[in-house]
Structures are given as structure tokens and as C-alpha cells.
Write a protein that binds this ligand. Structure first.
Ligand SMILES: [Cu+2]
Length: 355
């Protein structure tokens, strides 16, 4: 497994003491919740404003303190770096969804406060881009009004167990706003944080997307009776044969299939906004109870609590230099708006449980 093969790296990562520079207050200082919408429903103007703001973060200098051969060049990299640093601390854990909820909210605030973006973080409802034969023509991948499409095909190795089934790309993206930039990505692959200029790569697997992102999988996820089982269905297991909606988006699209450096592709944030929307949809099915329902291991894959306990509402979340630390309890309510937590946004629509 990719996970166990890299588990030694995790202890190195865990040993790195992450000193967080608290630069600003919580991402919630608006009066009324902002409303997140699906990418394809944004006007042409709003789409280009969003992409312009992403490019602005790619140009702004990083806040993370410099280190030898640092690949943390831009404000955008600050968050990629944080994700790499904490990869083995917040995937396959009880705080996976809470951590990524806060992470996306901090990104959204950076776009707004530091790059003049006026809208909310858009989400990507990938159920609309299934079955598999619709995947590559998703409006999210549009070369003019989206993030560009697949990378060129690079021969793989089908005997490699880490090769994503049904992959069709693997090279640099060939069109769209992030194509033709040889040093768009500065970090990775995997846990490397030294300066390594690369193009943005994608490796679509329409098969994988169709298998794990269709509405039947979302319905299966929403039907979970409690948070612990809900989270495990979302995350799936680290096997291509037992993925969930989380892996479906990552491996369906490619570059974001690298567990560590996946936020290097700006579509990561649209994918995770929709995962957050799946969680919020599930919470709304029984909001009173589910605003406080949290469980799952503190330590990666420790579902039987052999090495540690379960996450609680007091569990801390850090996203490094980009924002103040919060707790899981602070982010349980997306529309807390300072009264019930630090977040202040809504979704224009949620998934409902059918039949
Ligand atoms: Cu992640």
C-alpha cells in the first residue's frame, strides 16, 4: 500500500515541530454567511475573477519562514506546504473532514482578503460529470471558463500496484489558465518540500470517477447513521477497490492523486468544497445532533484505537502560517458566524437522501 510504504516518512513528519505564526483572526468576520455555488453556475465574469485571484495567490510571497532550499515560494505554497507537513496527521483520522473544512475556508479567505475576490469558494458537484464518458468534458475542465483539462498521456507501468486503474494522462496540463507554466508547482512530489519547479500535471481516470463519484455513492455516504461510519465511507480505504467520494475526485483527476501535494492543483479546493458540502448535507439531515457528532481516531488508520484515542470537539486544528489555530468544535457549524464557531458560509443547495 502507498500508505504503509510511506509510513516511515510519517514519523519524520510527526517529529517536525510545526511552529505556527498566527497572522490573523478567524476567517469568519463577515456579517452574513457567504453562499458557495457550483462552478458551472457562476457567471463567466465570476469564473474569471476566481481564477484571477488564484493566480494572485500564486504570485504573492509566502509567509512560512524560509528554510534551506525552501520550495515554499508563494502564498499559495503556504497551504500546500501545510498539507504536506500534516499529511500523516489528518488523513484517515476523525478530524479529516474538520481539518479540510477549515483549510478550504482559510483559502477562501485568502482569495478574498489578500487578492480582492468578491465571491465565495465555488464547489464542484462531480455527480453531474458522471458516468465516465462525461468526465473529461466537465465544465470544471473547460480550457476557457474552467481550470483546463487532462495532462498529455505518459506511459505507465500496469504492474505497479499504485497505478490508478483507467488512467489516461499523467503529463503537464495542455490547455487552460495553468498550462504552459513550467514552474507552477514548487513542492513535491510526495513529501519533498525542497524547491522543485514543475508544471501542473493531471492524469484523468474517467473509469475511477464514474465508479466512485456517481450519485449512488453519494447516497450511500449520506445514509451513514453516525459520524464515525460517515467519515469512513467518505474516505474509503487506501485501496483502489474500496475508495469513496474523497478518493474518487483525487484519482479521477490526477495531480490531486498525490496524497501529499494534491492542493497544488487549484481544483483541489473545489473538490474539497464539495466533500464539505457532502458533510454539511449529512449534518443537515439531523442538524441538532450532528453539530456535535464527531469521532474517529487521532492517529492515522487507528480505527480500533490501538495506539491512541478518538478525536473530540476540543481537538486542535492548525493550518500553519496562514491562520489562527482552531478546534474541531469551532468548525462543526459552517454558518456559525462568530456565535457558534469561526466559519460563516452556506451552500446554495445540499444533497438530500432519496427514497
Ligand atoms: Cu488532504
Amino acid at each position: 500500500m502507498q500508505i504503509s510504504r510511506s509510513i516511515q516518512t510519517s514519523w519524520v513528519l510527526a517529529a517536525l515541530v510545526w511552529t505556527s505564526v498566527l497572522v490573523s483572526a478567524h476567517p469568519s468576520q463577515q456579517q452574513a454567511p457567504t453562499v458557495r455555488k457550483e462552478w458551472r453556475t457562476l457567471s463567466k465574469h465570476d469564473k474569471s475573477s476566481y481564477i484571477r485571484a488564484v493566480k494572485c495567490l500564486l504570485r504573492k510571497p509566502a509567509l512560512t519562514p524560509a528554510f534551506n532550499n525552501s520550495g515554499v515560494i508563494s502564498r499559495y505554497d503556504d497551504l500546500v506546504y501545510t498539507h504536506i507537513q500534516q499529511t500523516f496527521e489528518m488523513h484517515y483520522t476523525g478530524h479529516f473532514l474538520a481539518w479540510h473544512r477549515y483549510y478550504v475556508a482559510v483559502y477562501e479567505r485568502m482569495l478574498r482578503d489578500e487578492c480582492g475576490y468578491k465571491g465565495a469558494q465555488p464547489y464542484w458537484d462531480w455527480t453531474l460529470d458522471t458516468p465516465a464518458d462525461k468526465w473529461a468534458s466537465s465544465p470544471v475542465f473547460d480550457p476557457i471558463t474552467g481550470f483546463g483539462g487532462n495532462g498529455g498521456f505518459v506511459e505507465g507501468d500496469t504492474s505497479n500496484p499504485f497505478e490508478v486503474p483507467g488512467r489516461t494522462g499523467g503529463g503537464c496540463v495542455r490547455d487552460g489558465p495553468f498550462a504552459g507554466i513550467p514552474d507552477l508547482v514548487h513542492l513535491g512530489p510526495m513529501a519533498s518540500v525542497t524547491y522543485n519547479p514543475q508544471c501542473l500535471k493531471r492524469d484523468f481516470s474517467p473509469y475511477f470517477a464514474g465508479r466512485y463519484l456517481a450519485m449512488n455513492q453519494t447516497q450511500l455516504t449520506l445514509a451513514a447513521p453516525d459520524f464515525g461510519s460517515f467519515d469512513r465511507i467518505v474516505e474509503g480505504s487506501p485501496s483502489f477497490e474500496a475508495s469513496g467520494v474523497h478518493g474518487g475526485g483525487h484519482y479521477g483527476a490526477g495531480q490531486i492523486g498525490d496524497l501529499y501535494v494534491s492542493p497544488a492543483d487549484p481544483i483541489f479546493y473545489l473538490h474539497h468544497a464539495n466533500l464539505d458540502r457532502v458533510w454539511w448535507s449529512w449534518q443537515k439531515l439531523n442538524l441538532d445532533a450532528r453539530l456535535t457528532d464527531i469521532s474517529g481516531p487521532i492517529l492515522m488508520m487507528d480505527y480500533d484505537n490501538v495506539k491512541g484515542g478518538n478525536v473530540t470537539l476540543e481537538f486542535p486544528i492548525s493550518v500553519g502560517a496562514s491562520a489562527a489555530n482552531v478546534t474541531v468544535g469551532d468548525v462543526m457549524n459552517i454558518a456559525g458566524c462568530g456565535k457558534n464557531g469561526v466559519l460563516c458560509y452556506e451552500y446554495d443547495s445540499v444533497y438530500t437522501l432519496q427514497g
